[in-house]
Ligand binder design. Sequence first.
Ligand code: SF4
Ligand code: SF4
Length: 326
Amino acid sequence: MIPFSRREFLKKIYRVVVAAGAAPLLSFDELLAAESGERPRQRPNLVWLQGASCSGCSISLLNIEQITVLDLLTQFSRLLYHPNLAQATGDQVGELLSALADGDEPYILVLEGGIPAAMPHACMLDHQPLGKWVSRLAAGASACLAAGTCAVSGGVAAMPGTLTGVISLAEHLAKEGIKTPLINLPACPMKPEHLVYTLLHFMRHQNLPETDGRRRPSRFFSYTIHQRCPRYAFFQEQNFARHIWEDGCLLELGCQGPVTYNDCPSTGYNGNSNYCLRAGHPCIGCASELFPRPVIYHLYDDPRVREGLLQGETITFNRKAQGDGE
Ligand code: SF4
Ligand code: SF4
């Protein structure tokens, strides 16, 4: 093991702040000050709830490499409740959440996963359906944050054929007439850098970052994957790969890059060590409200293409790829 100093360790932590584009929101000196016990004055309180989801966005957050989760959750925010991390269970959770909803302490509500509107008993907290807790807490929150595609647009849990009637956080707030500011951080899983940036922005300015028409941070969602794809030259040459891992544009393998907005080409996953296209796999559009498609991807020589079974999907995709999409 190579020994390194605390300062070098902090530099490593600071890299995620830079990667998230949040350096203007938190200087290295402020990080040093926080490390020495001088915590930022305005650390946002966080209440994290989970709905219909796989907990993958929490895992993504816990996997963040350059900054320890403990630093994020203690130095730059105050995590008041998280279902996977909290010790409180059962009645204690109800008491804690009720105290927050009825009290004066400001907090940000984070929701991971969708809300099973047609099957409320699928997600219960202290004998109450999740939707009721979301309404109570969202109404008193300084801001709401939808973490990941399931919270933003339903995702896998809202696929046709499921019985839970999952709706997004935005749909739930609209249904309940709750006007609390909302920010959407789609992707499956959510990128922890997007959450870090949003929290640091809130800490610095006491409000949410600038968003686009879908309430996503403009900083991360202004370009499609296609517009910044390292394989774009292949696309221009009409040089299409026929198998995963080959050189070439992956469009004919079902790539959803032309209709998916995210910043993966500049900030991949796991400390930018990799992401779909760099690994040789088509973008499956995990940050799009179209995710997941009934057929996410296929091989160039998929027999279903020959049989015309994917034709409808292909036509839809091509029309969107030509600019009639999101
Ligand atoms: S279609 Fe996919 S692989 Fe091809 S250039 Fe666009 S994003 Fe890249
Ligand atoms: S490349 Fe596409 S599927 Fe892969 S993580 Fe980015 S948005 Fe999601």
